[in-house]
Ligand binder design. Sequence first.
Ligand SMILES: Cc1cc2nc3c(=O)[nH]c(=O)nc-3n(C[C@H](O)[C@H](O)[C@H](O)COP(=O)(O)OP(=O)(O)OC[C@H]3O[C@@H](n4cnc5c(N)ncnc54)[C@H](O)[C@@H]3O)c2cc1C
Length: 402
Amino acid sequence: MSSSSATRTPEVAVVGGGPAGLVSAIALTAAGVETLLIAPSAADDHRTTALLAGSVTALATLGVWDACVPHAAPLASIRIIDNTRRLLRAPEVMFAAAEIGLDAFGHNIENRHLIAALRDRAAQLRIPMIGVPALAVAVDQVGATVSLADGDVRAKLIVGADGYHSLCRAAAGIKTTRHAYPQTALTLNLAHARAHGNAATEFHTESGPFTLVPLPGNRSSLVCVLEPPRADALFAMTDEQLSLEIEQRAHALFGAMHAEPGRGLFPLAVVSARTIARDRIALVGEAAHVVPPIGAQGLNLGLRDAATLAEIVADARRHGADVGSAAVLRRYEMQRRTDVTSRTIAIDLLNRSLLTGFFPMHGVRGLSLFVVDRIGPLRRALMREGVNPAASQPRLMRGEMV
Ligand SMILES: Cc1cc2nc3c(=O)[nH]c(=O)nc-3n(C[C@H](O)[C@H](O)[C@H](O)COP(=O)(O)OP(=O)(O)OC[C@H]3O[C@@H](n4cnc5c(N)ncnc54)[C@H](O)[C@@H]3O)c2cc1C
């Protein structure tokens, strides 16, 4: 669906048609907020996303999940294996969803299927969509203007869902803190001889995690974190060479492997916006925070941003308030801060504990996993927190409409 932007004046304009932007637009529209989506078509994405149970509930509540089901594999268990050659190594730890009364911690789905399902739902809801990029965003006392090649969009609130290099973030004058790691993630999908049993397997290595996550059938997605030159070398291999390399790194866990077309390289960094909302601009997803792909947190955080923002905007609207007011933005910032900060710190620490050559740190990591393995109530509390964070329970994640 495409329309001229020349005279558009929605209440809210969402900039960016990645998963965080699409979910924002769908949730706002479902809540009765007049929303327009600025979503140029994006490059092919062969990655997958492990959506935790709260995210799946939110997508089901928004009428998106049914279209995802044929493409999604449940994550019934997660196995962590210390594959370092260090003196102090952690024990193998298995987390089973059944231990906390769930069939699955969540589901893994290829991003292209998730995006297609979200775009279909946006079309069903007749969300006006403009397929060209935002060129500039300017804010004044009563609204914000997004400039496009063919005209302007004027709205009370701009949702900046425009990813890592966010134009909206820059327009709001929001600074970031950034730390680049000496690591690159190589991503690809694989077919394999043996069944994965709906178990995700994470090998911890000195260069970072090597994680196989189930896809439907005898297929898995791989995120292999390596030193950048090594990642480049694997990326350049033929399909046959790469399949064998991955099979060996996976200790032939699922038998012979066959690399599917489509590989990605992602330099790892942690990026945090100093504030996630200011001057009629609210950031969601990677515009607000980028974390390394460890423990499947990135988009799950982004979807909680989208769900929380939609809830706050819908509440403001019900009370006849300005949906882009400073009070609305302050409430959003406050409700997201703890969840985003605590996850970012936890992922950063875990990643650094793998990379460090500092001997006592290996002991701390090993001991932590040993304790988690041995103490059932602690393990179950961790699993519950992973699936449903206490710091953030927006209505959509509880199965209630915004
Ligand atoms: C290797 C890897 C594995 C991952 N695995 C997981 C996982 O298992 N689980 C998980 O939860 N997370 C995972 N993540 C994180 C997840 O991929 C990201 O959090 C997610 O893709 C971010 O979505 P987004 O919508 O915020 O941004 P993006 O997907 O980057 O979308 C931003 C959109 O904005 C558009 N845009 C940019 N500029 C403009 C403009 N000026 N005007 C209009 N549009 C614009 C772009 O075209 C793009 O479509 C992983 C990340 C990596 C790198």
